[in-house]
Design a protein around this ligand. Structure first.
Ligand code: SF4
Length: 373
């Protein structure tokens, strides 16, 4: 199940992306690496990841999404407005709990602590759950990578053998069709890429043909990118999160200190090795950037063969952003920016599905599939 247009109008998709839904989903990411903490749904054959928010004006009920006039005060429901609800015409089913979640390794590690199901068919793991940038003055303000470790819901470092075992089970029992491997930044010059390459080799040996996307910071030694490709990764994400220097400094004091020239060199090497539209980067909407500049930056990325995966900022529990009272972006801005980036991608003939693996191929966290991206 790859990135497909779910038939949801872009304005509605952007509203849902920012305001989320009220529901109980069987498959839900807890706070962890990166910007997403969502419940997973299947809509019209595609994956949809939405924030689960008990204060959302949208509700998933009886397999459909409704807008109602729920009134909240101090988190308490004062009025459940079924009488005034509006059917958005979206047929959605929560992703069911996968069977591999019931298994453990021979040495007693639950598979669920090694990798998680995203959407209906994406297996995802953060292979190193710690980050050298997690001190408060360095940490990305939207990231909660070490919180899930503290909560005991994952293990600090996943071995290649464990990942291969879980991938084989998830493929066999639950029909997983692609895998995403990300990592917290490690201290070595490869920024964690070498361990990722070992993990990719092990998974590919266990499940030949399973497309895998790897996600890294620009490695100091660009040959790590070649090694990841040689190991069998089919796509790579090198995530800058923002092209706005002020946003980079304020939202990502540690990672934002990596010069843009290093990102550009890494993207170019990755496009040379993996191919055009096999390389992607996250661009977050809502870090205070100018929307026109964001779209112009996305156009520049598309020109160099890099897919800009535009996603609204999600303020996760346990992050510095949450502590400081940050809010998500205006849904109208999300719709505007996503629509314009989607049009640029269409003009360039770049579709997320063509990445084969990774977030652009999955598409669940972005409104881009609703914009033709
Ligand atoms: S877009 Fe990426 S983070 Fe979101 S559900 Fe898909 S694979 Fe997971």
């Amino acid at each position: 199940m790859s990135s497909v247009d779910l038939g949801i109008p872009l304005a509605v998709r952007a509203e849902l992306a920012v305001r989320g839904v009220r529901t109980i989903t069987a498959v839900r990411r807890g706070p962890g690496a990166g910007p997403s903490d969502d419940g997973h749904l299947v809509v019209d054959g595609g994956n949809l990841a939405l924030p689960i928010d008990p204060g959302s004006p949208y509700i998933l009920r009886d397999g459909r999404i409704f807008e109602d006039d729920l009134i909240l005060e101090d988190g308490l429901i004062l009025k459940d407005g079924r009488a005034g609800e509006r059917d958005l015409g979206i047929v959605a089913e929560p992703v069911t709990r996968p069977r591999f979640y019931d298994l453990s390794t021979a040495d007693g590690v639950p598979y669920r602590q090694i990798a998680l199901l995203h959407g209906a068919d994406v297996l995802a793991s953060t292979v190193v759950q710690t980050c050298i940038r997690y001190a408060e003055r360095e940490r990305c303000r939207f990231c909660a990578i070490e919180e899930s470790l503290r909560a005991g819901s994952t293990v600090a470092a996943k071995t290649p053998e464990h990942l291969a075992e879980v991938a084989a089970a998830a493929h066999r029992l639950d029909g997983v069709r692609q895998m995403v491997l990300t990592t917290g930044t490690t201290a070595g010059p490869d920024r964690g890429a070498r361990h990722l390459a070992r993990c990719v080799r092990a998974v590919r040996a266990a499940v030949p043909g399973l497309p895998i996307q790897v996600q890294i910071e620009p490695p100091g030694d660009l040959s790590s990118i070649d090694e990841l490709h040689a190991a069998g990764a089919s796509a790579i994400g090198i995530h800058v999160e923002s092209l706005d220097e002020a946003a980079r400094r304020s939202w990502m004091p540690g990672k934002g200190s990596v010069p843009m020239a290093e990102y550009e060199a890494a993207w170019d090497r990755a496009v040379a090795v993996f191919g055009r539209n096999r390389v992607s980067t996250y661009l977050l909407i809502g870090l205070g950037e100018d929307p026109d500049e964001l779209v112009a930056g996305a156009a520049g990325l598309i020109g160099r063969g890099v897919y800009p995966f535009v996603v609204p900022l999600r303020v996760l529990p346990g992050t510095l952003a949450d502590r400081d009272g940050a809010r998500g972006p205006d849904p109208a801005v999300v719709a505007d920016v996503t629509g314009r980036v989607g049009a640029l991608l269409r003009d360039a003939g770049m579709s997320g599905a063509d990445q084969g693996a990774g977030c652009a191929a999955c598409g669940a966290c972005s409104a881009l599939p609703a914009a033709g991206g």
